[in-house]
Design a protein around this ligand. Structure first.
Ligand SMILES: [Cu+2]
Ligand SMILES: [Zn+2]
Length: 243
């Protein structure tokens, strides 16, 4: 009887080992950066969620200080998170998410929240807005993350790293990398959803990197033809894309 039991046990152990080595180590990592600006104080909340073979761990870091200090620290943390997860034998998926507020400009009441998520080489831009008049409004990425001026003009012109004409996104005759286009507002509320692989969040490519730019919402509609910016009227809401 004893002789029979032993080989059976061994077999069971071997099967277990086999299963373990067949399993791929799977790591999913999400780094979420939320930035809030109150006068001169910048607060960044960084949430790092990591799933290793189904086990979830979460780390939250809050950094406060001047915009420059906070930006530097956040850059270091997100870069470290990226390089740690680049082990080649590991199947990895890095998701970057940033969120920031749009503030009223030019005497308007237009405000909102923008969320940008980068996943598998594409960036999804989502904005929800309130306080706008009903109808069609333009939304663009402008050159500089500087919303200091009352009219929003401190953000400069449209972000145009490829030196093309203003136009509808994807147009054969050219378009700015900031030419998101138009969206509709009904009953005082509007949403914008836009996905592209021509942008990145904080990568090295200056033609793709949207960090350091600004989101601008206009009072009017972008005619998608007029140069250099679609004759979309005053700038009614502004956000710097920073972290
Ligand atoms: Cu604009
Ligand atoms: Zn443009």
């Amino acid at each position: 009887m004893k002789r029979l039991v032993l080989p059976l046990l061994l077999l069971a152990l071997l099967t277990n080992c086999q299963n373990n080595s067949d399993k791929k180590k799977e790591i999913n990592k999400t780094v979420e950066v939320k930035v809030e600006q109150n006068d001169s104080l910048t607060t960044a909340t960084i949430t790092t969620k990591q799933t290793v073979n189904g086990e979830v761990s979460e780390e939250i870091q809050v950094i406060k200080g001047s915009r420059e200090e906070v930006m530097n620290q956040v850059n270091q943390i997100t870069q470290a998170a990226e390089s740690k997860s680049s082990t080649p034998e590991v199947e990895r998926q890095m998701v970057k998410k940033i969120q920031f507020k749009l503030a009223p400009k030019s005497g308007s009441t237009a405000e909102g929240i923008v969320t940008m998520t980068e996943e598998k080489g594409s960036v999804t831009f989502e904005a929800t807005l309130t306080g706008l008049s009903d109808g069609t409004h333009a939304i663009h990425i402008h050159e500089k993350a500087d919303c200091a001026s009352e009219d929003g003009k401190s953000t400069g012109g449209h972000w145009n790293p490829t030196f093309e004409n203003h136009g509808a996104w994807g147009s054969d005759t050219g378009f700015h990398r900031g030419d998101i286009g138009n969206f509709e507002v009904n009953s005082g509320e509007g949403t914008v959803t836009f996905t592209t692989d021509l942008w990145c969040i904080g990568c090295e490519d200056p033609v793709k990197n949207i960090m350091g730019k600004a989101v601008i919402v206009h009072q009017g509609e972008d005619d998608l033809v007029s140069q250099p910016s679609g004759a979309a009227g005053v700038r009614v809401s502004c956000a710097g894309i920073i972290y």
